[in-house]
Design a protein around this ligand. Structure first.
Ligand code: FAD
Length: 482
């Protein structure tokens, strides 16, 4: 084979140059490189991204394109079914090899396998790598050879078995080969009429540089307080906010793992906090295992007992929830944070998801889809796995049906009200005592705080004890059906 025929590096959920094993192999092949990203269509495409993710993708691709150009490369963009586009691109450019990092959803896996076969049948080299997970789902097995269905033993096994591969620096220079490209602007990823992305743009810096800055800033201090602050939505540095960067592969979990271990070894981080932080990275891994072995995770109950659950239909309840108008401040603050920034704190995600699936008794799929559309970190594994976990239908070792109390959760995790006052400013004047339950305040207190319930801020759309009991009754009825 002549080293003059190019290689194709297909970027997918790994929009970075650093620590990218497929890119590294492509560069090491010594061939001129065609770097391509596909806007995939057809049955074998990944789940279509929601609006907030498309906004992020647009910026991330622009950033990747600029980084490639700085080292002599170029990002080629194409649209269509990958099974057609990749072989056609090989033919068009005379490429002799194709490289990519693997993905774990079923349609994508089937697509990739079909392409690999076509390429190999035509004598084109095709290599794939792990650029997205610490350990791939088939690598972490139980003693009997099955997969872990419970997080704690999964996490224990991961810690025992994971050996981070050597760090791969970004290539300094690549021999970029040229291919015709579509224009990113023509993809219409940025919202127009209306452009709702102002709040999101103010909160984030998509791209590899932004990801590394986030990691460094987090490891330079906040990681050591993680145990104490990770449940406090009012503390902006309480968690890393790396999720959208991980989602788009602007940083990989191995980079995070190595960086945290290095801080620990240098005694620059608190041991307990750093370990809990890594265990959250492991929840992401666990979600990918669940997706891999349960391809319909986003649509079907993991626990099929829930097929008998008598979910309600309630358009006005759903509208109130999605707009942050339920009358429960912690729920409303979370839904407004999501709408404005494309992100929501994990504790509040659990509270709002519980409210939707328990108090309103609406199917978790409805909330999952809303999150899918509005989160910048909307992840094909973590989002459905977390929704199912909160709804009760997921992989959860807890033998009871949890119904979060939105009042006491608010009082416990937003004790000084900083979070609710920020996102529900109409309640800012209320004393802390009533901030999470304005409907319990007497008329004078409300008047002093300039809050007129039903006008400035809604009355609760359902009473907590009523919603709780209805959820427990529905759960009981479901169990009796089994
Ligand atoms: P950190 O606390 O700093 O954690 C570091 C990283 O670990 C995160 O960036 C994320 O990649 C991973 N992680 C943390 N918690 C979890 C978890 N419970 N499950 C899986 N991975 C986790 N996370 C997503 O990345 N995408 C989603 O679409 C998503 N949807 C969710 C929906 C619901 C209903 C719930 C309850 C949780 C969801 N999560 C999702 C998990 C979690 O809320 C976010 O990962 C976290 O809030 C991201 O903030 P962070 O980066 O500051 O997290």
């Amino acid at each position: 084979m002549s080293s003059a025929s190019p290689a194709i590096l297909w970027f997918r959920e790994d929009l970075r140059l650093t620590d990218n094993p497929a890119l590294n192999a492509a560069v090491n092949s010594g061939r001129p490189l065609i770097c391509v990203y596909l806007r995939e269509t057809g049955a074998g495409a990944p789940r279509e991204m929601g609006g907030a993710s498309r906004w992020w993708l647009n910026k991330s691709l622009a950033s990747l394109g600029a980084s490639l150009e700085a080292i002599g490369g170029k990002l080629t963009l194409r649209t269509g079914p990958a099974e057609k586009i990749i072989p056609a691109l090989v033919e068009e450019t005379g490429a002799a090899a194709v490289f990519w990092n693997r993905r774990y959803g079923l349609p994508e896996r089937e697509t990739d396998a079909a392409i690999k076969k076509t390429l190999k049948d035509n004598g084109v080299e095709c290599q794939s790598f792990n650029g997205r997970l610490l350990m791939e789902p088939w690598d972490l097995k139980t003693g009997s050879g099955g997969w872990y269905k419970v997080f704690t033993p999964f996490w224990r096994a991961l810690q025992a078995q994971y050996k981070p591969p050597a760090f791969i620096p970004s290539p300094k220079k690549i021999a970029g080969a040229s291919a015709e490209t579509e224009n990113l602007k023509d993809w219409g990823l940025h919202p127009e009429k209306p452009d709702w992305s102002g709040g999101i743009a103010a909160a984030w810096e998509p791209g590899e540089v932004g990801a590394q800055k986030r990691l460094d800033a987090f490891l330079d201090g906040p990681v050591s307080d993680y145990v104490g602050t990770r449940n406090l939505p009012g503390v902006s540095t309480g968690t890393s906010r790396l999720s959208p960067h991980l989602r788009f592969g602007e940083i990989g979990p191995a980079q995070i793992w190595r960086a945290v271990r290095a801080r620990l070894e240098a005694q620059q981080a608190d041991e307990d906090s750093a370990r809990v932080f890594l265990s959250e990275i492991a929840w992401r891994e666990f979600s990918y295992t669940l997706l891999y072995y349960n391809p319909a995770l986003a649509t079907e109950n993991y626990n099929s007992n829930f097929n008998q659950m008598a979910w309600r239909k309630d358009d006005s309840g759903f509208a109130a929830w999605s707009r942050g108008q339920t009358g429960y401040p912690i729920v409303d603050a979370g839904m407004r944070e999501l709408w404005h920034t494309g992100w929501m704190h994990n504790r509040v995600r659990m509270i709002v998801a519980s409210f939707l699936t328990k108090h309103l008794l609406l199917p978790w799929q409805q909330g999952e889809q809303w999150f899918w559309d509005t989160l910048v970190d909307a992840d094909p594994a973590a989002n459905p796995a977390s929704w199912q976990w909160t709804a009760g239908s997921g992989a959860d070792a807890a033998p009871y049906f949890r119904v979060f109390n939105p009042i006491s959760q608010g009082q416990k995790f937003d004790e000084d009200g900083a979070y609710v006052r920020h996102w529900c400013p109409e309640l800012a004047g209320l004393p802390d005592k009533y901030l999470h339950a304005p409907f319990e305040a007497d008329a004078q207190t409300l008047k002093r705080a300039r809050v007129m319930l039903g006008t400035d801020y809604p009355e609760p759309i359902i009473d907590h004890p009523v919603g709780r009991q209805r959820a427990l009754d529905a759960y009981k009825a479901m169990k009796e059906e089994q």
